[in-house]
Every structure is written in C-alpha cells, then in structure tokens.
Design a protein around this ligand. Structure first.
Ligand SMILES: [Zn+2]
Length: 630
C-alpha cells in the first residue's frame, strides 16, 4: 500500500481519498454508488482528484527488472525518483509497481515523458486487478494523447499499476531509459473505461489508411509533377500506381491551419485554428474521431509541434507520438526517425483492427540541412551549408540586398537535397509496409501542407502569401483496386478528409466543406465537380485570400503599409503568377470576389476559436524555434 498519497488533496475529497487508501474492507463500504457517501456532493465528471503521486509514493513501490528482456536486465539500473524535480526514471528492462485502490474512471497522467540516453524506448503501463489478470493499458505511454492513459473501471478496484521500460538502447548504454515528469493517478477524469477510444468492431474488412504528409513540399519539386531533377524517385514510383491530382490546392500556407483543414474538412475560417495562438477547438470533429468511432485504430507520428497535442491535434487518436528534438538529439527530427517510430507502432503497438495512420515529416522545412548523401548529389556547389540555417535564412529574408541569384540557387539546391532525403524515407516506409503485407488493403495518401518560397515573389519560406509556390501542393492517392490516373481538376485539402471518410464507408458530419473526389476517378456522378479552390491566410499582421479556378487565380494580400492589394493571374499562360491582370480585367476580379464571398457565406458555421494554453505551449517552444516559427 502507498501511504501518503491523499495528504495533499484539499477539502471533502481529501477525506474521501484518504478513506480509499485505507484497508479494502472500509473502501468497499464507501464505494457503493459513485462519489462520496452521505450528503456530500458528487464528483463533477471533470474534477481531477489526485489518488497517487508516483514520485512521492515511490518509497512504497516495488522495483524489479523485467525478466522477459534479459539482454537489458542484468546491466540496467533500478528505477529511481528525483522528488525535487518530480521525475520518475524507469530504465529499459526494469519495472516499478504500485499497489493501491483505483477509483472509478482513474487515469494515469504526466507531464513530459521522454527518452534518456541512447534509448528509443517506451513506457509500457499495465494494471493488475488483485482478483484478475493483467490488463495492458498502453504499450507506449509517451504517445498517449495529452499523456493521459485511462484505466479506471466503472467501480473501485484494488490492484497493482505496473510501469515497465521497454525497448533497446541504440548502443551499449546501461543508462538508457524513460524519464517521466509528475506522473500521477487522477480520479474524476474524463474516462470511465479502460480504453481511451472505445472502438466498435468493424463489420467486414475496411481498408487501412495511411496519410504521409511532407511539410513544405512544393508540387513543382516532385518528379511526377514535372520537376527536371530526380528528387523523388520513390514518390514517382508510388505515383505510377496511384491517382495524381495535378490541380491540388492547399487551404492556406502554413502548417497548423492546413493540417486542421485536412483533419476536419473545414476551411480555415471555419475551424478557426488560423493564427499563432490558435488551437484546434475540442468541438471540432476530426477524421481520427470519426474513423475511431467506426472501429479504426487511429494513430499519429508527427514531427512538427504545430500539429502536436498542445494545439488540439491529438483529438480522436488512441496513439499520438509527437517526436521532439530532445528525443533524437538533433534540432529537427528527420524523416528516418519518424519511420522508426512508425515501424515500432506497426510492430509493437498496433492491434487487429483496421488502422488510420497519420505521418508528418519535416525534412524540406527550414532549416535546409540535407544529409551528406543527398547534399552531395543536389547541392554539390554549396561550399558553406550553414547558409540553410534558420538564422541565415531569416537574415536574408529581412534584407533583400543580401539576395543574389547564386544564393537563391544554393538554398534551392539544399532544399532539393532535403526533398530527396524525405523521398528516400518514404521509399523505406513503402518497403516496410510491403514487408508487413500492409500495402494490398491500405489507402495511401502522399501530400504536403503547403509549399515553400525561394524569392519567387520576393519572399522566403512560407506563411506569408498565397501565390502558386505556396498553394500548389502534391496530392497522390493510391487506392487498392483503383487504376492509376492523372486528374487535372482542382481539389483541396478539405476534400482529402471527405475522400478518406468515403473510402472507409463513414459518413461526414453536416457542415463539412470538403467533397469526396470519388467521381473524379470513378467517372459516375449526378453532379458536376465544382472546379475551384478557396484559400485563406491570417497570421499576425499578414492576411490573404485566394480563389483558384482552372482559368484564373484571384488573390488578395495585405501589404506592409496595411493596404489590401488584389491581383489576378492567368493560370494557363502564367502559372508562376508574375503578370498581374487585375487592372485590365477588373470586371472578372469583381466577379470572382463575389463568388468567393458567396461560397464562404454559404459554408457558414465557424467553430469557437480557442487560444492555446501558454504553459503547454512552452513544451513545444524549442522545437518551433528550431523550425524557424519563433
Ligand atoms: Zn508546414
């Protein structure tokens, strides 16, 4: 028994949990019904009450080495705590067990949980009821959304919480393990069952779904979109058996709102996660929530903090791994590290159900620092690779006098090296899926969230404008049984959401802006495809709107002096958007603006905007800085 766990709680519930910590015979009497006995108030569903502090309660815990992992066992140290910092350390191959009475709806919750040393480990958490068999809570606690693992039953239950360090150290490192900050068992949380997402059984076999998002990849740097250099042989090979959408448009030009549109089917103005401080509202219905509700196992491995749990993107995922630089020892997590985490989920965590797996890599994103293997090929003339650092590019972006054609070429070459490195990882991922027999029944989507600028319109990176280099994105979808095809119609991020639901046989909720693109490959539909795209940008003082149709693109942009400028480009004659026709075609500009406004008005209903929790945001700050966001 752990003796001191209830002392820091306050008020009536402290008395309740102190009572729960007492011998079981007394507990049973109290546990009849829910909440406190007598006239005292019931626990509010979301009122968190601390049951056990795993650091403070460590002195009463049992520590051991895990017998099933003998290679690590003999060498690894025993678990220990650092009470001043609130840290529990569990070496790989070791376990710590806490015996206590688990109240209904209990959850294990922690602050950061991360690898230490050379480990690529994970924390396995299990509950052993005193009158039953062990129940695995999670194979990888650090990937539990918001680091909350639900395991309380509907009734009070005595037993043991077991926490094991699993995995192999990447070299001979006895110090390898997992460090967890402030791990606590809390009662009165949102869960009442043992599974974070209670999935119904799937009738018939639905296809698995993999979404592979390469951050900041512009379409014109991809071979199958016509690039002259061989940056993407693996994506090209994949595309040869897939649908290539040559008119795909991003909904905006930076990560958070773009991915929010992919995951909700809503325009940025509808989902509201548009500015630096915005999080995706809990009231959003996400692809992961809908698929989980239909029996899918939803899982994500992401390497950009903008789509982490901090900003609300873990909604609906039963497994959500946000890889941060601290785990890998580099500033930016590379796509091969993302692959490692994906394979480890496929092999160690995944269950029997069909799965939805969202993978987000950032190689082409700033900094442009490709590995030697691709730098040699794509940027052999770059003598000083440090020109691709966040600091160096920011400096060039702030002073256009520093820009020379040679510098543009060199940065662009480094970017190509990054694209090629990410492509190699995609090739390895595909090989890994083939090896595991997972290609035949899996829908695979390759896309990017937005493009990247190399002074095309006197700017750099992304999130500043909505020109073609921002909005023209690759979108390739491989559907088992569907013949490859190049599709020129304009499709948008929001359509990815609707298409994947359609393929999974799940109905979207009303109010979604996206449309399934099925008619574009099947050819049968009662109605014509609405061939247009709407994009939007609002970040700090920057603002822009874009309307894209097969003939023209209408674009507004707030200039440095606050003035809103509207431009018009001929998409056929001037695809890179350098000849502004707005003055000579002012009637057309007005007509397109009216259509844009009408569509927006018809789309209607926006979600309540939510501002991100500042304390939580600090968790991702270092990584966002490394990517050049701060
Ligand atoms: Zn991005």
């Amino acid at each position: 028994m752990v003796g001191d766990r209830a002392q820091d709680s306050s008020g009536w519930c402290a008395a309740k949990w102190a009572a729960l910590a007492a011998p079981a015979v007394m507990v049973v009497a109290l546990a009849v019904g829910v909440g406190c006995a007598g006239p005292e108030p019931m626990i509010e569903p979301n009122e968190a009450v601390e049951v056990l502090d795993l650091v403070a309660g460590f002195t009463d815990a049992t520590v051991s080495r895990v017998e099933t992992n003998p290679e690590n066992g003999p060498r690894s140290p025993m678990p220990f705590v650092n009470p001043e910092r609130g840290v529990l350390f569990v070496p790989l191959g070791a376990a710590v067990e806490y015996e206590f009475d688990l109240p209904p709806g209990g959850v294990l919750r922690s602050g950061d949980a991360r690898n230490v040393g050379s480990a690529t480990g994970r924390l396995e958490v299990a509950w052993v009821p005193s009158n039953g068999a062990e129940v695995l809570i999670t194979r990888d606690f650090s990937a539990a959304p918001a680091r909350i693992a639900c395991f309380g039953n509907t009734e009070l239950e005595s037993g043991r919480l077991v926490i094991r360090g699993r995995g192999q150290a990447t070299d001979d490192d006895p110090q390898a393990g997992m460090r967890v900050f402030n791990p606590k068992v809390i009662a009165g949380g949102p869960c009442v069952t043992r599974r974070a997402v209670d999935r119904p059984r799937v009738e018939g076999r639905k296809p698995n779904i993999v979404v592979y998002l390469i951050d900041a990849l512009r379409a014109d740097r991809v071979g199958c979109y016509g690039y002259r250099r061989a940056t993407t042989p693996h994506i090209d090979e994949f595309a040869s058996s897939a649908l290539i959408f040559t008119g795909a448009q991003a909904q905006t030009s930076w990560t958070r709102p773009a991915v929010a549109s992919i995951l909700t089917g809503l325009l940025p103005q509808q989902h509201g996660a548009i500015d630096k401080k915005d999080a995706l509202s809990e009231s959003a219905t996400t692809l992961a929530e809908l698929l989980s509700g239909a029996g899918y196992e939803s899982s994500a491995v992401v390497s950009n903090g903008n789509v982490s749990q901090v900003y609300g993107f873990a909604q609906g995922f039963s497994y959500f791994k946000y890889l941060q630089e601290v785990e890998i020892g580099e500033h930016v997590v590379r796509s091969e590290d993302v692959n490692d985490a994906v394979f480890s989920w496929l092999d160690d965590v995944r269950g029997e159900d069909p799965f939805f797996l969202y993978i987000h890599t950032v190689d082409p994103h700033l900094p442009y620092a490709p590995p030697e293997s691709t730098r040699r090929v794509f940027a052999p003339g770059v003598l000083d690779p440090s020109i691709g650092s966040v600091e160096a590019v920011n400096k060039v972006a702030a002073d256009r006098h520093l820009v020379t054609p040679a510098l543009i070429g060199e940065l662009s070459d480094l970017y190509d090296g990054e694209v090629a490195a990410n492509d190699a990882s995609f090739g390895e991922l595909m090989a890994g899926l083939v090896e595991r027999g997972l290609v035949e029944n899996t829908v695979i989507v390759v896309l990017s969230d937005h493009g990247e600028e190399f002074f095309d319109h006197q700017g750099w990176t992304h999130g500043n404008t909505l020109y073609a280099e921002m909005l023209d994105v690759p979108l390739i979808i491989r559907i088992p049984g569907v013949a490859p095809k190049s599709i020129p119609e304009i499709v948008q991020h929001v359509d990815v959401f609707s298409t994947l639901l359609d393929l999974a046989g799940v109905e979207a909720q009303p109010g979604v802006f996206g449309t399934s693109v099925r008619q574009l490959w099947s050819g049968d539909s009662e109605r014509e495809w609405i061939n247009r795209g709407l994009s939007h940008l609002q970040i700090k003082e920057r603002f822009g709107e874009a309307w894209v149709d097969p003939g023209f693109k209408m674009l507004t942009r707030r200039l440095g002096n606050g003035e809103i400028r509207t431009s018009l480009f001929d998409r056929v004659e001037d695809p890179s958007e350098h000849v502004d026709l707005a003055e000579e075609r002012s009637e057309l500009v007005r007509a397109l603006m009216v259509r844009y406004r009408e569509e927006l008005a018809a789309a209607g209903g926006s979600l309540e905007g939510v501002e991100v929790d500042a304390e939580r945001e600090a968790e991702v700050e270092a990584q966002l800085r490394a990517l050049g966001y701060l």
